[in-house]
Design a protein around this ligand. Structure first.
Ligand SMILES: [Zn+2]
Ligand SMILES: [Zn+2]
Length: 136
């Protein structure tokens, strides 16, 4: 269990066994997870769940703003993390798909400007990939 994570169950979302299992796995992880990893962790804890259920739960969590979905490697890899974790970026190893959390936000001072304030910027995505220590 990670410290300092204050997770409130989203309003209007029914508590089900599957949803509680998924939330508990995300809470216990110190890195974002793929749906498959969440599925395997739940099975490993002795619960029975369908992978399709994990995806449905994650979609519901994303819709309720509980979870952030990040796609890497041209959408080949989709990861889920709790929004309460805060603003983070990840780099992925193209060889073994290991995920490494960036210690900063490289876009912090990125201030794009538009004619006539056409766009109000509310967020950004950064995709970084390379070789991890083991694969170099
Ligand atoms: Zn690697
Ligand atoms: Zn950022």
């Amino acid at each position: 269990m990670r410290d300092g994570l204050n997770i409130k169950w989203p309003e209007g979302l029914k508590r089900t066994k599957a949803r509680e299992c998924v939330l508990s796995v995300l809470k216990d992880s110190n890195r974002p997870l793929s749906a498959m990893e969440i599925f395997e962790e739940i099975e490993g804890r002795g619960h029975t769940i369908w992978l399709s259920t994990v995806y449905r739960v994650l979609d519901a969590f994303e819709e309720k703003g509980l979870v952030i979905k990040t796609s890497l490697l041209n959408n080949e890899l989709t990861l889920y993390d709790l929004k309460a974790t805060g603003h983070r970026h990840y780099a992925v190893c193209v060889e073994c798909h290991k995920i490494v959390t960036m210690t900063n936000c490289p876009m912090k001072d990125f201030k794009p400007s538009f004619k006539d304030d056409e766009i109000e910027v509310i967020g950004h995505k950064v995709e970084v990939y390379g070789y991890c220590k083991d694969c170099r």
